[in-house]
Design a protein. Structure first.
Length: 378
């Protein structure tokens, strides 16, 4: 059990949930079912003046889960008054409520399997670290946390999301992309004290796993291993310094809230030390409809020289491969269970996922050629 030593207050403006579920921490959240029939999300509007309203349904089996989650929240934050469920999935539930005059969001884990428990505890550890060591971007303040029960309570932040979808179907405004890139660069330049954050990604292990699953060819694996070997050799020449970069680890546009007070970065369960350019690779992957932004990201990634370029390419191949795997799973699920066709919807069920999958394969081919060119120059 842990409580922040300072008072928590939420700044004025708003935020919303991610596509298909949503993020917890902002005001003015857009329900998942409020998207237009065509499937394209409209721009989130400011809702700083809204008051909380809603009713929590505690009936049935899901109500039992909610009662258990609320009881876990009350053990660490007795003044929390639940008002509305922002998102419920098989893994977690997000409940917005009040703590005195402030508005807060409780995040409770439902799936206590080892992998998800570890992720929840990593996020709690990150918010605890931010109490004493503030990152160079705005983050929700910690209200209370219990790593044993994987329960987290943070302030509800104001702002609108940079995007409602993981892969936006339309390019975000250039001003929004500029703000997001500036925030990412500030995070990547931060050097938190040693021991606060770990190394979330085992690069060699991830390469081998993707190769065994048939997602990477023999040549892909060999080329990426050569780049990793070169990066390790360069780090050795520098005495082991200079190759690690602190990254958010999940720099999706839906994890950024934009407000006049500055951008807010959410969901820190993947934060830690990576090869340089991991956050930039994530943004490059999801900005498929913004070629100008991709060119800017590529220039940023290569600005520090060949080693930074190679690290970015390794990260890019791994992120693209992960997204392809996730998208293929979604397409297969839709083929087995298409679901009802919404009134006014265009195209067959799963068509958007299939188009996204095709684009990801094209992007992966482009990254593969860049990796081979980089290997040829070593």
């Amino acid at each position: 059990m842990y409580a922040a030593p300072s008072s928590v207050s939420a700044p004025p403006p708003p935020y919303r949930p991610q596509a298909g579920g949503g993020r917890p921490y902002a005001a003015g959240a857009v329900p998942a079912g409020a998207l237009p029939a065509g499937g394209r999300p409209q721009r989130a509007m400011g809702g700083g003046g809204r008051t909380l309203s809603g009713r929590i349904d505690l009936s049935g089996p899901q109500g039992t889960q909610l009662r258990t989650a609320i009881a876990a929240v009350h053990r660490i934050c007795p003044e929390f008054h639940p008002v509305q469920v922002l998102r419920r999935s098989g893994r977690s539930v997000l409940i917005v409520g009040t703590t005195g005059r402030a508005t807060a969001v409780a995040k409770c884990l439902l799936d206590h399997s080892p992998a998800w428990t570890e992720r929840a505890r990593q996020e709690i550890a990150a918010y605890r670290a931010f109490v004493r060591h503030r990152p160079p971007v705005r983050v929700p303040r910690l209200v209370a946390a219990d790593p044993d029960n994987c329960t987290l309570v943070v302030e509800r932040m104001a702002g609108r999301p940079a995007a409602l979808q993981r892969h936006p179907v339309e390019a975000p405004p250039r001003a929004d992309i500029k703000t997001v890139l500036q925030a990412v660069c500030r995070v990547n330049q931060w050097r938190p004290p040693a021991g606060l954050f770990g190394v979330p990604l085992d690069y060699a292990g991830r390469l081998n796993r993707y190769h065994e699953l048939g997602l990477l060819t023999d040549r892909d694996t060999s080329d990426l291993q050569k780049l990793l070997h070169g990066l390790a050799h360069a780090a050795g020449r520098q005495g082991g310094q200079g190759q690690g970069q602190f990254c958010h680890g999940d720099a999706l546009l839906s994890n950024f809230l934009l407000s006049p007070a500055g951008p807010v970065l959410l969901d820190w369960d993947h934060a830690g030390w990576y090869l340089p350019g991991y956050d930039l690779a994530t943004l490059w992957t999801v900005l498929g409809e913004a070629p100008a932004a991709r060119r800017r990201i590529s220039r940023l990634a290569q600005a520090a020289g060949p080693a930074a370029r190679d690290a970015f390419l390794v990260n890019l191949m791994l992120v693209l491969t992960r997204e392809i795997r996730t998208c293929e799973t979604a397409v297969q699920r839709m083929m087995r269970d298409p679901g009802p066709v919404l009134p006014g919807a265009t195209g067959s069920p799963g068509e958007a996922q299939r188009l996204l999958l095709r684009r990801l394969h094209d992007d992966c081919g482009m990254a593969r050629r860049a990796v081979r060119a980089a290997v040829g120059t070593r």
